[in-house]
Design a protein. Structure first.
Ligand code: 5AD
Ligand code: SF4
Ligand code: FES
Length: 349
């Protein structure tokens, strides 16, 4: 049964929720390897050998939200907060461009100091100076703000849905609602962004059925990118004593996501690299086709502590670039040389 369901998913990219729950839980090593192998084949057929690199600048760790799992939550007073001055952000972007990055990701906590004007100024200057795509990841904003960012030149927007279980979403996000999250994802699509969503794996109280819903939710939303990574407990948060997501379960979710969304961009996340020294390589071999190396200026890095023991906090951007190149070559893959736009755009237009 397992074998035929995986074969069906690999061919038709459709499963019912019940079937997906079944495929998410291989019974032995053989079934597990089959799942990973099929996901790797689908990735090869639809995305090829290319791995897309996105250089991420974590430009502010100030956050007005209080997500229960996150080290940047406003109530965590034991964190040195920073905002990187505009000139340094532009320098970091230029440095990344020289290292060959074709996408710059601008990420921060939900920091309202960054008005639309301030963010648009950064976006415009990067787009004027460098031939790169820009992904924004700055949380929930107004429709008008999203429109201004888009007009300033932002190409993509990453707003993870975190969990498709509405009750769990409400528990984890004081003062926020899953409805508001979904409508923002819809706005972003309407505004012509390439849209990324995504969820954490191994959240307290999360079930396999919830993870199936995460995958089906993103498939239904037809997202361009699905950021799936393990939850890693952070000591200075209310979930500090929870147990986190495992590498194995994260890989199974990634593999199923690839089977059902053959053209989606799937990052091998920094979080999966934090769980295991070869976590990112493993992810790239069960469906993933994107890596997001850190290009934040070194002196700020350790303070973007979403979860503990994050990799690369002591490395310079040059080091990570070389490191990631080696890792990609070591598994017989190639670094993409194009912008790495959504693979769905070609199909849509
Ligand atoms: N473990 C793993 N991922 C986390 N994130 C936040 N806190 C954690 C954690 N403890 C992720 C969320 C969020 C992004 C900024 O980081 O998915 O969208
Ligand atoms: Fe802020 Fe994002 Fe962390 Fe939530 S997950 S506390 S919005 S940085
Ligand atoms: Fe940063 Fe390997 S990617 S050191």
């Amino acid at each position: 049964k397992f074998k035929s369901l995986v074969a069906k998913a690999a061919e038709w990219h459709e499963l019912t929720k019940e079937e997906l729950i079944y495929v998410l839980q291989p019974e032995d090593h053989k079934e597990r390897e089959l799942l990973f192998k099929k996901a790797d084949e689908v990735r090869q057929n639809y995305c090829g050998s290319d791995v897309h690199l996105r250089g991420i600048i974590e430009f502010s760790n100030i956050c007005e939200r209080n997500c229960l799992y996150c080290g940047l939550r406003g109530d965590n007073k034991r964190l040195n907060r920073y905002r990187i001055p505009e000139e340094e952000i532009l320098e970091a972007a230029a440095g990344a461009y020289r290292l060959g990055y074709k996408t710059i990701v601008l990420q921060s906590g939900e920091d309202s100091w960054y008005t639309a004007d301030r963010l648009c100024s950064i976006i415009r200057k990067i787009k004027e100076g460098l031939d790169v795509a820009i992904t924004l990841c700055v949380g929930e904003r107004t429709y008008e703000d999203y429109r201004e960012f888009r007009n300033a030149g932002a190409d993509r927007y990453l707003l993870k849905h975190e969990t498709a279980n509405g009750a769990l979403y409400t528990r984890l996000h004081p003062g926020m609602s899953f409805r508001a999250r979904i409508s923002r994802l819809e706005w972003l699509k309407e505004l012509g962004y390439q849209v990324g969503a995504g969820n954490m794996v191994g959240l307290p109280g999360q079930t396999i059925a919830d993870l199936a819903d995460d995958i089906l939710f993103m498939k239904r939303m037809d997202v361009d990118m699905a950021g799936i990574g393990p939850f890693i407990p952070h000591g200075n948060t209310p979930l500090g004593k929870a147990s986190g997501g495992t590498l194995d379960l994260t890989l199974r979710v990634l593999a199923c996501a690839r089977l059902l969304m053959p053209l989606v961009h799937l990052p091998a996340t920094t979080a999966v690299g934090t769980l295991h020294p070869y976590g990112r390589e493993k992810a790239l071999q069960c469906g993933a086709n994107v890596v997001m190396p850190n290009i934040t200026p070194s002196r700020y890095r350790k303070d973007y502590e979403i979860y503990p023991n994050k990799i690369c906090v002591n490395e310079e951007p040059e080091r990570c670039r070389g490191c990631i190149q080696n890792r990609i070559s070591s598994i017989g893959r190639t670094v993409a040389s194009d912008y790495g736009h959504s693979l769905k755009l070609k199909v849509r237009h």
